[in-house]
Structure formats: C-alpha cells, structure tokens
Design a binder for this molecule. Structure first.
Ligand SMILES: [Zn+2]
Length: 406
C-alpha cells in the first residue's frame, strides 16, 4: 500500500475554493483548481509519497500491483482514472468515443503523423472513456438528448420566429433522426446566422422567465448562463436539446459512449476508463471537431432515469452499479466515534484499488499489519498483493470513495 498525492489540473473553469477547502489549504487558491487526478494516466500520474509516481510503480511490477486477472484483461496499465472535479464555470459540450471508435481514431491520427500533444488531436490514446460522476455538492449537468416531444414544447414556449424552421423539423420527426438534423444544422450554421439566432433565443428565454413561467425555468437559466459565457457559440443552442439535471450530494450519473454532455457547476468525484479521448462541440476555447463529434454521437433520446445508475448499499458502503468493465466506485461514510455509523469497514477484493478521502482522515491496514493514514484530498493505493484491508475512521464524519475493478 502507498499514500498517493493527486495532481491538480488548473483549467480555467476550475473553482478557487472547493479543493482548497476540502484539503484545508488557504482559500481562495492563487489559481483555479479544476481537477484533482488520482491515477496512472501518463499525462498526470499521482505522486507516491515514498517516491516516484503510480505509473512507474505499476510499470515496474504489474503482476503484484494489478494482479494476474487485471493484467490479462487490460494489459500492464491501470484500467481506470479517478478525479475530483470542481467546476466554477461550465465545461465543454462533449462526448467520448466507443472502444472501437477510439482504437480506429487513434490509429488514424497516428497514421496522419499528429504529435501526441498536438492541440488538434482528438484521440490521445486508443481507449474508450465511459464515466461515472457522483455529486459531492449540488451538481448541475446537461446530459443525453431529452425526449424530443418535450424539447418541441420548450422551443415553442420561447416564441422566437427564427427558431420555427428547427421547431418544425423536430416536431415533424421527433426522434433520433430529427435530433441529428437539428443538432447538425445548428453546429454548422454560418457565424452570421448564429450571430442573430443565439441572441434572439436568449431574448425569448428572458421573456419566458419574466412572465414567471416555471416549467423550463432551470433549462432557460442555464441557456442564459451559457449565452453569457460563450456568446455566439452554437453549443448554447444545443444545450436546449439536452436533459438539464440537478444532482444532490451522493446522486450519480453514468455517461456511456456517444452521450453528449456538459458539466455546468459544482464539485463531484468522477471515475472513468483510463483515457483522455474527448470530442468537443462547443462551450470551450479548446479544440472543437464537429464532424468527428457527429460521427460518435448517439442521438437516441434518453431519460434522466436511464442515465442514473442503480445503487446497492451494504452497511456503510453505497456501490454505484455501472456496466463498464474497467471500474466500479462506492462511497463510504465512517464515524470515528462509532455513534452514527460504523467506525471501520473491511474490503477483500482482488485487483488494484484506490481509496480517495473526501473528508476527515482514515487509516488503512493491510493483512500483514502495515498501515497508511490519509486525509481529505489524499488517496491510498491498494495493490492486488495487499487485497485484504481494513479501513478505520481516524476522525468523526469521515468520507471516502473506493474504486476497484469489478
Ligand atoms: Zn466527459
């Protein structure tokens, strides 16, 4: 077992307070702190407190770190990546490729001779990137295409004549084909058209909100916020096609291949297959590749329920039941006083595990008696060779997530 320090990614959309307050550092921080990575991704492997990083630890001894089964199924690499995400501003409108699309895209861009760190690269590795996000604070998300019948009602409520052609298109074909047609048209409209269509739509939203109509108030407020942050960006219009989801702490969302999404605001913990493959369609200063995004997008309408993973609670542990073969995540509350929750929990699964502390302090003890103590924003690496562990709360109100290979 090893104590891990995560790596902070300072993207501009990050909060200056959330991660600093979690780890008890001065707040606000000097720079935005958007993501805290715990994993072995080559771009930012976690630091091992006793020296080196998690990537080299695994590469030097994959058999003992990952175990024979994971090594056999996924090769000599950690199959997942864990992040704490602290969004002050919206993240880009994006989707992730399927396993097959990622392998093809990576080969294609390699054959084109694109550098691995080239900004115009879409496929930074050959892996898919299903992701599970679990809210730590209230967390707002746009994800998956909403039932087009409802979207037609939303567009109609705006009473914006310039939207009529698209409203007609979707009303005439309220399915994946209609959604593809409207989305594709919006994302490829000339700047001159977008330059008036977006402001007209925003004006319509203001009028609806001023009339006090509540039905789509959340959706329209998000539209206005996006319009302010990214004026003239067709992604602002595209937001109207997506489910607007508000997660309370502990609630989760599973984003599979091809599902369009944008995380808007809040703090969450996220686990994904160990990949950095993102196709962006807007709401970002980063590289956008609309044709490639359109190739991978799944336009099938989905309900919020379909995006919500089942959970199973066993004692102090709540497991999010997601289908990706690379990861499973659970959330655990312990109470060092033992008054409200158990003060310890034991885990006996094989394969590599990461325990990331969200609040309080824990001590993890391996079968051979050696232990590691970790505080909020630290993590503990539990290799396959140490698979039987007991976690004790070293403070009251202790919370952590555990990630493992199912
Ligand atoms: Zn994503």
């Amino acid at each position: 077992m090893k104590l891990l320090a995560g790596v902070i990614r300072p993207y501009a959309w990050g909060s200056r307070t959330a991660l600093a307050e979690m780890r008890g550092a001065p707040s606000p921080s000097a720079h935005p702190e958007a993501e805290l990575w715990f994993g072995a991704h080559p771009a930012s492997p976690a630091t091992v407190e006793s020296g080196g990083d998690l990537l080299s630890l695994i590469e030097d001894d994959p058999e003992n770190q990952l175990g024979a089964d994971v090594l056999d199924r996924f090769g000599a690499r950690l199959p997942y990546l864990v992040k704490v995400l602290a969004a002050q501003e919206p993240l880009s409108l994006q989707a992730h490729p399927s396993a097959e699309q990622a392998a093809d895209g990576f080969d294609r861009e390699n054959a084109e001779g694109l550098r691995f760190d080239a900004p115009e690269r879409n496929y930074r590795d050959g892996w898919h990137k299903p992701e599970l996000v679990v809210a730590l604070t209230e967390f707002d998300v746009l994800a998956g295409f909403r039932d087009p019948h409802v979207t037609v009602e939303l567009l109609r409520s705006l009473q914006v004549p310039a939207l009529d052609p698209y409203l007609g298109l979707l009303a005439g074909q309220p399915d994946d084909t209609g959604l593809r047609a409207v989305f594709t048209t919006w994302l490829t409209l000339p700047d001159s058209v977008i330059g008036t269509l977006v402001p007209d739509t925003l004006d319509g939203a203001v009028r609806v909100l001023e009339r006090g109509e509540q039905r789509f108030a959340l959706e329209l407020r998000s539209l206005l916020e996006l319009g302010e942050a990214y004026p003239g960006d067709p992604g602002v219009l595209a937001s109207l096609l997506l489910n607007r989801i508000h997660l309370n702490p502990g609630e989760a969302l599973y984003v599979s291949a091809g599902k369009l999404h944008a995380y808007l605001q809040g703090t969450a913990v996220e686990v994904m297959a160990n990949s950095d493959n993102v196709l962006r369609g807007g709401l970002t200063p980063k590289h956008i590749d609309v044709p490639e995004l359109l190739r991978v997008l799944d336009f099938t309408p989905v309900s919020v329920d379909e995006l919500t993973p089942e959970t199973q609670s066993v004692g102090a542990e709540r497991v999010y039941m997601t289908p990706a073969p690379e990861f499973r995540m659970s959330r655990v509350h312990l109470d060092g006083t033992g008054m409200h929750q158990p003060s310890s929990i034991s885990f006996g699964v094989s394969g590599p595990q990461i325990v990331a502390v969200l609040s309080g302090r824990i001590t993890v003890t391996a079968g051979d008696g050696h232990d590691v103590t970790a505080s909020a924003c630290d993590a503990v690496w539990i290799p396959d060779a140490d698979s039987d562990v007991v976690v004790h709360a070293a403070s009251s109100n202790t919370e952590f997530v555990r990630v493992f290979v199912p």
